[in-house]
Design a protein around this ligand. Structure first.
Ligand SMILES: Cc1cc2nc3c(=O)[nH]c(=O)nc-3n(C[C@H](O)[C@H](O)[C@H](O)COP(=O)(O)O)c2cc1C
Ligand SMILES: C=C(O[C@@H]1CC(C(=O)O)=C[C@@H](OP(=O)(O)O)[C@H]1O)C(=O)O
Length: 393
């Protein structure tokens, strides 16, 4: 079973990750990890930091001559901001001393983990909340997940994502209009979707919407506000029978939802038609079963590739929502944690809309979940052992 841990503060010296349980013999390089890290840094609406961070994870263990050994893989990635910013982060983030010469942050931003961190950990300075809850951590999550993603890719399973809405601009009839664009692309694998989407900075597949999304980001940035939106993730090549219904915590849809909602700013998730299926009646929701070419198939895929917590063999379709970025140039109301005086929120460098970047994070966080379901069924200590079992399937 694959597990991973990340450590590191947004403005500390580096991010660190350990990914454990990857079978031996999987070819993996730092360049392959860097591909997804670079994708995570790009996207319209990003803030100043992404222009100078050059994320690249260094592999420190568990890989020899370009292949995994089965041992834990340690990764590290420096934060350029630590040395580069004028904020004197080595002093602000110092691991020793009493911190008396560092100005504490006492004005929390609604929507971030500023106040909840104070309430939870009894901080008298909001800085530690900001540092660890920051989506900077998603860089290491993407790095660790890239290895699980490579394992899936080795067995023909591809993941791709795209943006379907930013604020008020999105597909009109979300389910049908998105399907007519995306489904024909899936025959070539889900990565086709992200490659195409990379061309456009907001990662929307519709040109007209892309333009309107960009205009909306410009408008909200000028107003000092921020934006969230909706995304869709697709996974192709999954065999039927991954996951289980025998116990709640083994249901694959539940495990996917946990990984996604565990990601900064994600507020909702649906599988397949999701919320829309509650508005329709059963005859036009469930996917008819057929038998062709010695295989069970479905005429449609409205359930998004999972029934009873188990994959059906159809592409996996996951959709979700990201809330607008909490840090905004135009302040909103808050209260100083010490004086209890009403205050306006303070501003620090921030993304205005991180959806085009976040979609890469979501593509990534689902990979270890899917890899584990795959390993549960076909698992072995090495890739060659898995290949033997997979071929027999
Ligand atoms: C890729 C990505 C980039 C983000 N960038 C910012 C940002 O620049 N400024 C900000 O205030 N929040 C940003 N966020 C959102 C915060 O990290 C998030 O609101 C905070 O961690 C609390 O989230 P939660 O309520 O979902 O736990 C970003 C989130 C993601 C996924
Ligand atoms: C650093 C990243 O995103 C950061 C996520 C983030 C937040 O509050 O979540 C706040 C910003 O940090 P900073 O104030 O240092 O610019 C973003 O840039 C990243 O994605 O790598």
């Amino acid at each position: 079973m694959i597990r991973y841990l990340t450590a590191g503060e947004s403005h500390g010296p580096q991010l660190t990750g350990i990914i454990e349980g990857v079978p031996a013999g999987l070819p993996i390089t730092e360049d392959e990890i860097a591909l997804h890290l670079a994708r995570r840094q790009k996207g319209y609406g990003r803030g100043g930091r992404m222009a100078f961070e050059k994320d690249r994870a260094e592999i420190l263990s568990g890989v020899r001559f370009g292949k995994t050994t089965g041992a834990p893989i340690a990764l590290q990635m420096p934060n350029r901001a630590f040395e580069k910013d004028d904020a004197n982060w080595p002093k602000v983030m110092a691991k020793e001393g009493d911190g008396k010469d560092v100005e504490p942050i006492t004005v929390p931003r609604p929507g971030h983990a500023d106040l909840t961190g104070v309430q939870k950990y009894r901080y008298d300075d909001i800085r530690p909340s900001i540092e660890r809850s920051s989506a900077r951590e998603t860089a290491m999550r993407v790095a660790c997940s890239s290895i699980a993603r490579k394992l899936l890719k080795y067995f023909g399973i591809e993941i791709g994502g795209h943006v379907t809405r930013i604020g008020s601009v999105g597909y009109e009839q979300p389910w049908e209009s998105v399907r007519s664009i995306v489904d024909p692309m899936l025959k070539d694998g889900a990565e086709t979707v992200f490659r195409t989407a990379d061309e456009s900075a907001v990662r929307c597949l519709d040109e007209e919407l892309t333009e309107r999304m960009r205009e909306l980001i410009i408008k909200r940035r000028k107003e000092g506000s921020s934006l969230g939106g909706h995304w869709e993730i697709l996974v192709t090549g999954l065999p039927a029978g991954l996951g289980s219904f025998v116990h709640w915590d083994r249901k694959l849809d539940g495990q996917l939802a946990q990984a996604i909602i565990g990601t900064q700013a994600m507020k909702g998730v649906e599988i397949g038609q999701g919320f829309e299926s509650g508005r329709r009646h059963g005859q036009v929701v469930h996917d008819e079963i057929t038998y062709e070419d010695d295989q069970f198939k479905r005429r449609t895929n409205r359930m998004g590739g999972i029934e009873g917590g188990v994959t059906t063999g159809m592409p996996l379709i996951i959709r979700g929502v990201m809330k607008p970025i909490p840090t905004m140039l135009t302040p909103i109301g808050t209260v100083d944690i010490n004086t209890k005086e009403e205050k306006d929120t303070r501003y620090e460098r921030s993304d205005v809309c991180a959806l085009p970047r976040a979609v890469v994070v979501i593509e990534s966080v689902v990979a270890p979940v899917l890899a584990n379901a795959f390993l549960e069924k076909f698992g072995g200590d090495s890739v060659s052992e898995i290949e033997e079992r997979y071929q027999k399937n």
